[in-house]
Design a protein around this ligand. Structure first.
Ligand SMILES: C[S@@+](CC[C@H](N)C(=O)[O-])C[C@H]1O[C@@H](n2cnc3c(N)ncnc32)[C@H](O)[C@@H]1O
Length: 223
């Protein structure tokens, strides 16, 4: 089945799907002042990944976080990345190969994850939710909840609204949206996840919420 509106998108995809992968990497390089790896490590520290864990990066883009996650979980761990953009996935694949690390990349919509229930120890969604309309965000979070094991964690990182006077040249170069942290927290709670920690990432106006699927829940909830 294909997406009638755009045959290059997975069925059911809504949201702002990026195509200019090289430009995206340049934007992140500028945003992090050339220290993207440190930025990714800081985000991953919030997810408390352990060697051997299975990890899903939802809306993985050009793969930098998924590649760094593979370094954290090591050879016995597995990392999957999904994105609706073929162009972003091609670049992610090239970067993973160059790094000599195995990241399994799938072309899929965040609203319909191509995985069985309870497959992952951890899921990551970084600067992705603001690309989705509200309904799709809720579907995406419910899907992530479905594929998490009992006790599995979800880390969401996204932009908070910034005051207009604080907008810098980068904000004009890349006009990103935002999702308010209370909205993220409410959405995670509605999907049946328990909030563990939340707050500012400490980089630009990024904020995070870490949530956990209840333990002892052997049958992940169906959407
Ligand atoms: C701002 S990028 C973030 C990429 C990556 N998570 C990172 O931290 O660099 C947002 C990504 O979400 C993807 N995306 C947008 N809508 C999507 C959808 N409905 N399903 C899957 N991916 C989607 C875009 O193609 C893009 O690669």
């Amino acid at each position: 089945m294909t997406n009638a509106a755009n045959p290059n998108l997975p069925p059911g995809t809504t949201g702002l799907v990026l195509r200019r992968a090289a430009l995206y990497d340049l934007t992140v390089w500028l945003m992090t002042l050339g220290r993207e790896r440190a930025f990714r490590q800081r985000i991953l520290n919030l997810a408390h990944l352990e060697p051997g864990e299975s990890v899903l990066d939802v809306g993985c883009g050009t793969g930098a976080l998924a590649i760094e996650a593979k370094r954290h979980v090591g050879p016995t761990g597995t990392v999957y990345g999904i994105d609706a953009s073929p162009e972003m996935l091609v670049r992610a694949d090239r970067k993973a190969r160059k790094a000599g690390l195995e990241v399994v990349l799938k072309h899929a919509a965040a609203q319909a994850l191509p995985f069985p229930d309870a497959q992952f120890d951890a899921a990551l969604s970084t600067i992705m939710l603001h690309h989705l309309p509200r309904k799709a965000r809720e579907q995406c979070v419910r899907e992530i909840r479905r594929v998490l094991k009992p006790g599995g964690r979800l880390l969401v990182v996204d932009f908070a609204a910034s005051a207009p006077k604080k907008r810098d040249f980068l904000a004009h170069f890349h006009r990103h949206g935002h999702v308010d942290l209370p909205d993220i927290i409410a959405m995670l709670g509605d999907a049946g996840l328990n909030i563990v920690e939340s707050g500012a990432v400490g980089i630009r106006n990024l904020q995070f919420a870490l949530a956990m699927a209840p333990r002892g829940d052997q049958s992940a909830r169906k959407t």
